[in-house]
Design a protein around this ligand. Structure first.
Ligand code: ADP
Length: 511
């Protein structure tokens, strides 16, 4: 039974800002049901502590640079039996609101310290340097917030193997060189072959360079990030590590996202009995204050309002869209400029466009249940979960052919429709014209009731649960263990990754 320490900066339902929270909240339980022994480590954010319920202190440890100890509190991830450890250091985590951003939407100024601290706690747990008598075989880290973990562990002779999953390469955890000094990291780590990235400290490079195995959340994104277009300056490094990089598609929590059992929606329905979807549509139109019209196509969108999600394309397309006989509902939060523009547009098209700025889990479910179509014109999309929810809810996704969207939505070409494989509308170019043409295609297809129902049904029947992907992760953990074993046999002279402290000549950034 492999023992896995999952280190993440968010996990639903304790704390979530996006897809990472969904994954860290559901993959551990899926691994556990395949007989892995998984423990989850998260920061003890105020909201997470409140939602965690009963917690007990399991250990205290001292972390370099901190004058008071860090507590490790233990509870269970709500709704599962996954043992969850919260790293408790109030000056870093006991504050209200967003885990990464201050109330003005700017990164918390002490983020580097907060996530370096998480890495030190993870490292201590991984090496059995706390009172907790449990040592993992694998440490599975996620995104830049955990990037220092593989870097710190790589310095150890005898250590668990490490896996680093990229959920979004464009968030890299970049800080000025002074931060490197302030964090008192080993000077050898300041090198372009380690954490230095064009004169700055890069947390994500710790994961990308030092983890035994790298994954990302779809096969297409795994290929894309090795190109300059999607590589965010790290494509060269990723090409070098290509043999260790693979794409494993995210699964969804299919008990949480199930139209037949969804606690957030008014009328349950299923692939066999889809009739109630219409009632959910009327309820959604009512909730958004739009005219309740069964026959008017209703398009939904949920997501972070950032350029990645193509929100600018939607805004550019709005005049055209609003000339079509359709309604559009948007739920999201993100960059202020987009929030302001959307609000302004609502005043122009009050009967066709409705927008909720904010984060609302229940409303996200109701949009999936009530909309006819779901729009995701992302510029890049590591995996994307909303299109998977849409497929499950019989809501036809309209998506760009990129990343996980390309891997999961089958375009409604004549051939795919004929063979019964089509599940959505896929378009190529990140241009307003292409988006509008895709919407027109969807509107035309919807008029063909038989074909539309067939597409809905094909999507609803698909299995995007964690079953398959969890098995892939378990295989990957074995590969990571082999890679780590070979390293221990052959060191020094590891070829694919620089081992800090073995050959580093640099001695930290110049003051
Ligand atoms: P990303 O991780 O890039 O934000 P994903 O599609 O992978 O995008 O996952 C987004 C997750 O966050 C989904 O579960 C989605 O429903 C949820 N989500 C995003 N924005 C909101 C919001 N404003 N309100 C409720 N849920 C949201």
């Amino acid at each position: 039974m492999p023992k896995i320490l999952f280190v993440a900066s968010e996990a639903h339902p304790l704390i979530k800002t996006g897809g990472l929270g969904d994954v860290a909240g559901s993959l551990p339980a899926a691994l556990q049901s395949r007989r892995a022994d998984v423990r989850l480590l998260l920061p003890a954010y105020r909201d997470a502590v409140t939602r965690a319920g009963k917690l007990k202190t399991m250990a205290t440890l001292t972390v370099p640079g901190l004058d008071s100890p860090v507590k490790i509190m233990e509870g269970r991830l709500p709704g599962t039996s996954v043992i969850t450890w919260l790293a408790d250091f109030p000056p870093a985590y006991d504050r209200p609101g967003h885990p990464y951003l201050d109330p003005r939407g700017q990164p918390w100024p002490d983020n580097a310290m907060r996530f370096a601290l998480l890495a030190h706690v993870a490292t201590a747990l991984a090496l059995g340097r706390t009172r907790i008598q449990w040592r993992p075989d694998v440490v599975h880290c996620h995104d830049w917030q955990t990037g220092l973990v593989p870097a710190l562990l790589a310095r150890e002779k005898s250590r668990p193997s490490t896996v680093f999953t990229i959920h979004n390469l464009s968030y890299q955890g970049l800080f000025p060189p002074q931060t490197f000094t302030a964090l008192a990291l080993a000077p050898e780590l300041w090198s372009p072959e380690a954490l230095e990235f064009h004169g700055r400290l890069s947390f994500i490079k710790g994961g990308l360079l030092f983890a035994d195995q790298l994954t990302t959340v779809s096969p297409a994104y795994a290929r894309e990030i090795q190109t300059p277009e999607f590589g965010d300056g790290l494509d060269g490094l990723l090409r070098r590590r290509a043999a260790r990089l693979s794409g494993i598609l995210n699964g969804i929590d299919d008990s949480e996202w199930d139209p037949a059992r969804d606690r957030f929606i008014g009328k349950p329905y299923s692939a066999r009995q889809p009739g109630n979807k219409a009632a959910n549509k009327l309820a959604l139109q009512r909730e958004f204050g739009l005219p309740q019209e069964t026959d008017t196509p209703l398009i939904g969108m949920v997501g972070r309002l950032v350029q990645q999600k193509g929100i600018d394309l939607i805004l550019d397309t709005l005049p055209g869209l609003m000339h079509r006989p359709l309604q559009l509902v948007v739920l999201g939060s993100g960059e202020t400029a987009y929030e302001v523009s959307l609000r302004k547009q609502v005043q122009r098209y009050p009967h066709r466009l409705a927008v909720r700025i904010g984060y609302d889990e229940g409303l996200a479910h109701r949009i999936e249940a009530g909309a006819d179509m779901f729009l995701m014109p992302s510029r890049f999309e590591p995996c994307g979960l909303n299109q998977l929810y849409s497929l499950r809810y019989g809501t036809i996704p309209i998506v760009r052919r990129v990343g996980g969207l390309a891997n999961t939505v089958v375009n409604a070409t004549d051939e795919n429709i004929k063979s019964g494989k089509a599940t959505g509308i896929v378009f190529k170019d990140a241009r307003a014209g292409a988006l509008l043409a895709a919407v027109d295609r969807a509107l035309a297809l919807q008029k063909n009731t038989r074909c539309w129902k067939q597409m809905m049904h094909a999507g609803m029947r698909q299995d995007f649960s964690w079953r398959r992907s969890a098995a892939e992760y378990l295989r990957l953990y074995k590969q990571a263990a082999r890679a780590n074993g070979q390293r221990q046999d052959h060191e020094p002279g590891r070829k694919d990754a620089h081992v800090p402290g073995k050959s580093g000549k640099r001695t930290g950034p110049k003051p």
